[in-house]
Design a binder for this molecule. Structure first.
Ligand SMILES: [Zn+2]
Length: 347
């Protein structure tokens, strides 16, 4: 116990030191504080704030390997989400396999306690967003090194806004259809070329197309977002997408020059690069200070059945654990998908 306390003190000193160095006396940035957390807040699951401005407690991790998934880029430590999201991913992986998609390659979800990230992503802050590669998982289990190295494959014809029919298969449609069929899934972001492909080819029930939202990037992976879960009064909902299929003028706009013109004027700093704790819901300070769970394993979902008991167990039973010095502040590999500079609004 005493040893643990010493470890914890040492770790806190290290973290404090890194934060001070990084900001040279200024108020620390929220992305540094949240980016330094290696484990979730071991309290009841709760979401605070919005997809692009918030945090969450009671997070669970999706295991690096499950029966029907493999998680990628393990060094980023972004396998964390609200239990409702991780359960949805587990179910999607299982049901997609029945549809003929061997399994999911899981990209970024959230940091252990959410919040803004050191690199990439405006959203993914409240444990309700997940990126899934447009490549089904291989039959063999990839090594940790391969999961860092192997790139996703773009679904587009090189240099165009349109899907490459040599890469697109009925299984791609099926996995998107399956995800969109879940009531908790509110939006799935894909490249406009992929939305157009679905508009042109989906037969039968097309109502699920309303959840498929065209957006920049998202031709290597799709982005699944669930709505605010029960028990999170502090979670700010996003307006639901229009109920129409969205195969209309709003899609045609993406195939004009306007969305692809470079932004005018000097580049504005990204919100995540200036956000301090003052910009986030005040509950996020409590999330940041909350104790760790006893171990990562205790809060990792490894297979069928959803969420481990420990995620919702009584806190004293979990006990405190020493914070290990954060390696997260060191350089991380850049995100694969280029981010547009001229995105209006938010999806
Ligand atoms: Zn995403």
């Amino acid at each position: 116990m005493r040893f643990q306390r010493i470890l914890k003190l040492a770790a806190m000193t290290l973290l404090g030191f890194s934060a001070a160095v990084a900001t040279a006396g200024a108020e620390p940035l929220a992305k540094q504080l949240f980016g330094a957390k290696t484990l979730p807040a071991a309290t009841r699951p709760a979401v605070h704030g919005f997809y692009s401005k918030g945090c969450f407690a009671g997070g669970v991790a999706i295991a690096p390997d499950g029966p029907n998934w493999q998680a990628m880029r393990l060094s980023r430590n972004r396998r964390w989400g609200h239990p409702a999201l991780i359960s949805m991913l587990e179910r999607l992986s299982r049901e997609a396999a029945q549809d003929g998609w061997r399994g999911l390659l899981v990209g970024d979800i959230s940091q252990p306690r959410g919040g803004p990230m050191l690199t990439g992503h405006a959203s993914h802050q409240i444990g309700l967003d997940a990126d899934i590669w447009f490549t089904e998982m291989p039959a063999k289990r990839m090594s940790v090194a391969d999961r860092e190295r192997i790139s996703a494959i773009s679904m587009l014809k090189k240099g165009s806004l349109y899907v490459d029919d040599k890469k697109w298969t009925p299984a791609h449609e099926a996995v998107l259809h399956r995800a969109a069929s879940y009531p908790e899934v509110e939006r799935i972001l894909v490249h406009p070329g992929i939305k157009k492909k679905l508009c042109d080819t989906v037969r039968g029930n097309r109502s699920w197309l309303s959840k498929i939202r065209p957006f920049w990037g998202h031709h290597y992976h799709f982005h699944v977002r669930i709505g605010c879960p029960a028990g999170s009064p502090g979670c700010k909902s996003q307006n639901p997408p229009p109920r129409s299929e969205g195969c209309d003028d709003t899609l045609a706009w993406w195939f004009t020059e306007e969305p692809w013109k470079p932004a005018k004027g000097p580049a504005k700093p990204k919100a995540r690069d200036v956000m301090t704790m003052a910009a986030l819901p005040s509950a996020c300070r409590v999330v940041l200070e909350a104790p760790n769970p006893v171990s990562e394993a205790a809060v990792t979902v490894a297979g069928r059945g959803g969420v481990p008991q420990a995620a919702t167990a009584d806190l004293p039973a979990l006990g405190y654990q020493a914070v290990s010095p954060a390696s997260v502040l060191s350089a991380m590999p850049p995100a694969q998908v280029p981010r547009p500079t001229n995105r209006p609004g938010f999806e």
